[in-house]
Design a protein around this ligand. Structure first.
Ligand code: AMP
Length: 519
């Protein structure tokens, strides 16, 4: 396999600023950022961070899609500090628990800081922040950027105990991932400054690292759509039409949402040549529809968890793949990654047999931020051709057959719903914390045609007191209370109420028995 050209993201950014200072680096609604502004503003803010934030301490960046969020990320990197993206659409309780887990002393909030819960951290927002980016208020300093082996960013994911966990990704890993994804895309699209790449995922989800790093590595313009676009399809399509996008990065669910409208076709986006997917099962029907509606575009499926820097496998879903596989594979590993399929005893299974997917290689996370206990459980060294190699136990079931990885669902209680990663136990912990709830079990509902695709979540609840209102009224009330604690996408769609939750012999809620009552 061809070795990717090694990219260094910071060097690339500075090169775009030098060569194409007036070219656009990012567009979000009416906000544009040029490469020249990007470099200059991030340098000034980096000088301030260097002078005011403890060396090595991470910086939280709070907001949704404003270009200044990107300026903050790069400022942190330039000053030798990791950034922790935190999406402003999360409920206050969730934001608080992420801020607690991050223990950050400084929060940069280029958008609406009023949504931030009060913590002891210093919040730099609005005009105060813009002054630091725009004016040479700090004496120029010799900056030492993030070390190659240190964390460039930490992304927080749902944790099974109800507390989010921070996945730390090193600068080296980001550079290797960027080199690889750029080389994959170059098979279809000549990288140059005329290219636009669509950004759908919030910056706090690792899927966004695919489009952001593609942009930063190649000089393509990043074009963001936001959560309001997604609820108003007409606005979304207007934005997409104006984007002149060449490369598309999203979850398959987002493409399905767009495909539901017949206008989503090459007439809307004539320049698209490449769809890149990751994060959940890419259904065959989605790939087929995209190839019909965008005859000039290729569809690439990629696979990987946040813990291995976005994605580590890829496959072009072309005619040959569609003919060979009724259920789409997730592809072959990138250079620098070795996939192991292990049985419950930790021994490799024969080719074609099912086991746990373990990812070893050069883009595996440093571990969970300040959680050595969780890191020890999921990470460790494995032997790859006689070399001890850092690896992540994914909890995904998979089959490796003739070089292609096939995803077979989860071995634990983590699910993907509409592209969002959710720990079922996280929702249960929040439900049980409600005064009205004695015990609760959350059961995923699956698509009958694609059994790895979750379509909704159902909660089976044992109330502390017999309900006073109807089932509907109780459901509405519990969902309202949950929405204050966890993101909307985690709130179960339906609920049923029982007088007792069956228990296993060792005293745990018996999920299998609960699920059987719903079948
Ligand atoms: P996240 O950390 O949010 O990227 O979620 C990672 C998980 O999403 C993986 O461990 C898989 O369970 C699932 N996943 C990622 N990519 C794919 C894919 N192409 N097909 C099916 N599931 C996927």
């Amino acid at each position: 396999m061809m070795q990717a050209r090694e990219v260094d993201i910071l060097t690339s950014l500075d090169a775009h600023a030098a060569i194409n200072p007036h070219g656009l680096a990012h567009t979000w609604r009416e906000h544009d950022l040029t490469w020249g502004e990007f470099a200059a503003r991030s340098l000034r803010l980096a000088g301030w961070l260097d002078a005011h934030v403890e060396p090595g301490a991470p910086v939280v960046v709070f907001g949704h899609k404003h270009p200044d969020l990107l300026v903050c990320f790069v400022a942190a990197m330039r000053s030798g500090r990791a950034y922790i993206p935190l999406d402003s659409s999360l409920p206050a309780q969730r934001v608080t628990s992420i801020l607690e887990a991050a223990a950050a002393t400084h929060i940069l909030a280029p958008e609406d800081a009023s949504l931030l819960p009060h913590t002891g951290a210093v919040v730099l927002a609005g005009d105060d922040l813009r002054v630091l980016m725009d004016q040479d208020s700090t004496a120029p300093r010799a900056l030492t950027p993030v070390e190659p082996s240190a964390a460039q960013y930490t992304i927080c994911t749902s944790g099974s105990t109800g507390t989010p966990k921070g996945v730390q990704i090193s600068r080296d890993s980001v550079n290797r991932f960027a080199s690889w994804i750029t080389s994959v895309a170059a098979r279809y699209v000549e990288p140059d400054a005329g290219i636009t790449v669509i950004n759908q995922a919030p910056f706090s989800f690792d899927l966004s690292v695919m489009d952001v790093m593609y942009s930063w590595a190649t000089g393509a313009r990043l074009f963001s759509v936001d959560r309001d676009h997604i609820v108003r399809l007409r606005d979304l399509f207007e934005a997409l039409r104006s984007s002149q996008a060449t490369v598309w990065v999203s979850t398959p669910s987002f493409a399905d949402l767009c495909l539901a409208d017949p206008d989503f076709s090459s007439s809307l986006m004539p320049d698209v040549r490449l769809f890149l997917f990751c994060g959940e099962t890419l259904q065959r029907a989605t790939a087929v529809a995209l190839r019909e509606r965008f005859p000039l575009a290729s569809v690439i499926n990629t696979y990987g968890p946040t813990e291995s820097t976005v994605a580590v496998t890829e496959v072009d879903v072309d005619d040959a793949v569609l003919a060979a596989f009724p259920v789409l594979p997730v592809g072959a590993p990138k250079p620098g990654t070795t996939l192991l399929i292990l049985d419950p005893d930790g021994s490799p299974v024969p080719d074609g047999d099912k086991g746990e997917i373990v990812i070893a290689g050069d883009t595996v996370s440093l571990g969970y931020y300040r959680r050595p206990d969780l890191t020890d459980k999921a990470f460790g060294q494995v032997d790859v051709a006689g070399v001890p190699t850092w690896a992540y136990w994914t909890g995904d079931a998979g089959v490796l057959s003739e070089g292609q990885l096939h995803f077979h669902g989860r071995l634990d209680f983590q699910v993907k719903l509409h592209g969002y990663r959710i720990e079922i136990e996280d929702i249960e912990a929040q439900l049980r914390a409600l005064p009205a709830v004695q015990q609760a079990v959350v059961v995923p509902r699956y698509d009958p045609t694609t059994p790895t695709t979750v379509t909704s979540l159902h909660a089976v609840v044992h109330l502390s007191e017999p309900p006073t209102g109807s089932t509907l009224a109780t459901t509405v009330q519990l969902k309202r209370e949950l929405r204050a604690l966890i993101p909307d996408y985690m709130v179960p769609k339906t609920m049923s109420f029982v007088s007792e939750i069956p228990m296993t012999a060792n005293g745990k809620a018996d999920r299998a028995a609960v699920a059987a009552t719903l079948a």
